[in-house]
Design a protein around this ligand. Structure first.
Ligand code: SF4
Ligand code: SF4
Length: 374
C-alpha cells in the first residue's frame, strides 16, 4: 500500500484502523474531539490520541441524551460511543471549550462505559497574566490524572520527546499546505484534507514516516507544476469531515489553498518549545499564542485579523465559512468575521453543514454561483 492509499484508508475507516492497532499492539487509545486537547501529554504516556469526527451513520441512541439542536459532532460522537463503534477506546478527554462539549462530557462519563474519563478545564480567556499559570496547572493536573489512571510515570524527557515528534508533524503538514498553496495542481483536491485527518488518528511515528516519504516524492515534482488557473479559497470554521467539498469546489472552478479549521491548520499551527525547562509550560504556551478558536478569548480582533492576513498571505480570492449546524461559538463569530471581510473587500460564503453533507447538486449550485462572483 503506498502512502496515499494508507492515508485514504485511515481517513475513510479511522475506527477500523484504531481497532486493528489495538489488536496488533495492545496499545491504549484515548479519544478527543477538540484541538485544545493536550495530545503531547497523552502521547508521552505511551497512549495513542485518537480524533473523534462524529459519525456518518444514523443518529438514534444519542437522541435519548442530547437535544436535536446540539451540533452533529457531539451527537454523532455520542452515537458512536453508544453503538459500540468506539469499543477500542480506553477512554476520552474533554477540554473545557464550548457548552456542548462540556455537557457531552457528563453524559459520556455516565453512559458510554469506557474505563477512563478526563476533563481538562482550560481557561477561556487566554490574554491575562494568570492564564498561563492556570493553564500550566491544569495541564499538570491532567498529567497526574493520566499517571494515576494508567499507573505510569510521564517524565519531563518523555514530554520533550513527544513535543519534538508533534513539532515535526506540524512542520510536515505546514510544508504540505505550503506546497498546495504554491501549486494546487500537485494534488487531487481532497488529498491534503485526507492526510491532515490521518495525522490525528494514525500512530504518530507511523504517520511521520509515511508523510516524510510522501513529501520527499512530491517535493521533487513541485518545481515544474503550475497553478491550476482556478480561483483560490480559504476555508474557515470548526470541523470539516467532507472531502467531497474539495472535489466539488475544484469542479466549480476553485481550489482550497489554506484553511482556518480546527481539523486543519488550527490543529498544527504553532510550535511548543523543545528545550524548555518545564515542558508542560511549553505545551501551555503554544495554546496561548496559537490562532484562537471562537470558544476561547484572546483579543477582540485576533480571529478576524488573522483570517484577513491568511487570505492576503495565500493570495486567496474568497473565504467559505464551513459551520456545523447548531455550533453556537462559530455561529456567534460569523457576523463579525463577515463584517471584517466585507470591509477588507474579501467575498465570503456561508455553508452550514451536518455530518451528512447537503445534496451534491445543491452544493454545486452554491459553489458555482460563488466562484462566478469572484
Ligand atoms: S472550534 Fe474550538 S472548541 Fe470547537 S472543537 Fe474546534 S478547537 Fe475545540
Ligand atoms: S465548537 Fe461547535 S462544532 Fe465544536 S463541539 Fe462545540 S458546538 Fe460542536
Amino acid at each position: 500500500m503506498n502512502q496515499i492509499d494508507r492515508f485514504d484508508y485511515v481517513c475513510r475507516a479511522p475506527n477500523e484502523y484504531a481497532a486493528n492497532y489495538k489488536q496488533e499492539t495492545g496499545g491504549k487509545i484515548l479519544g478527543f474531539f477538540c484541538s485544545y486537547t493536550p495530545e503531547e501529554l497523552i502521547y508521552a504516556a505511551g497512549i495513542l490520541p485518537f480524533r473523534l469526527f462524529g459519525t456518518k451513520g444514523e443518529i438514534r441512541l444519542a437522541d435519548a441524551h442530547l437535544q436535536s439542536y446540539c451540533c452533529s459532532l457531539v451527537r454523532g460522537g455520542l452515537e458512536a460511543a453508544l453503538n459500540g463503534s468506539l469499543d477500542f477506546l480506553d477512554g476520552a478527554v474533554f477540554p473545557h471549550t464550548c457548552d456542548s462539549i462540556q455537557r457531552l462530557s457528563d453524559i459520556w462519563r455516565l453512559n458510554a462505559g469506557f474505563a477512563h474519563h478526563f476533563d481538562a478545564v482550560l481557561p477561556v480567556k487566554l490574554n491575562t497574566d494568570s492564564a498561563r499559570q492556570y493553564m500550566t496547572e491544569v495541564l499538570n493536573g491532567f498529567r497526574q490524572d493520566l499517571e494515576a489512571a494508567f499507573e505510569t510515570q510521564i517524565s519531563d524527557e518523555a514530554i520533550r520527546a513527544a513535543i519534538r515528534d508533534y513539532n515535526l508533524i506540524r512542520e510536515k503538514l505546514e510544508t504540505l499546505y505550503g506546497l498546495r498553496s504554491r501549486a494546487p495542481g500537485l494534488f487531487e483536491p481532497s488529498t491534503v484534507y485526507r492526510i491532515t485527518a490521518a495525522a490525528m488518528v494514525m500512530e504518530r511515528k507511523e504517520f511521520l514516516e509515511q508523510v516524510t516519504e510522501f513529501l520527499d516524492g512530491i517535493e521533487r515534482d513541485a518545481a515544474g507544476k503550475k497553478e491550476t488557473g482556478r480561483k483560490r479559497i480559504v476555508l474557515s470554521g470548526g470541523i470539516c469531515t467532507h472531502p467531497d467539498i474539495y472535489d466539488l469546489l475544484a469542479r466549480a472552478g476553485a481550489d482550497v489553498v489554506w484553511d482556518d479549521l480546527c481539523t486543519g491548520a488550527r490543529w498544527f499551527e504553532g510550535r511548543a518549545a523543545e528545550d524548555a525547562a518545564d515542558p508542560v509550560e511549553a505545551v501551555a504556551d503554544r495554546y496561548l499564542t496559537r490562532n484562537v478558536c471562537p470558544a476561547k478569548h484572546l483579543d477582540i480582533k485576533a480571529r478576524a485579523g488573522e483570517l484577513v492576513d491568511t487570505v492576503r498571505r495565500q493570495r486567496a480570492d474568497g473565504v467559505i465559512f464551513v459551520l456545523l449546524k447548531f455550533c453556537d461559538p462559530h455561529a456567534f463569530d460569523y457576523p463579525y468575521l463577515k463584517g471584517v471581510l466585507d470591509e477588507a473587500g474579501i467575498p465570503g460564503l456561508l455553508l452550514e453543514i451536518e455530518d451528512q453533507p447537503p445534496p451534491e447538486g445543491q452544493l454545486m449550485t452554491r459553489f458555482e454561483t460563488f466562484v462566478d462572483m469572484l
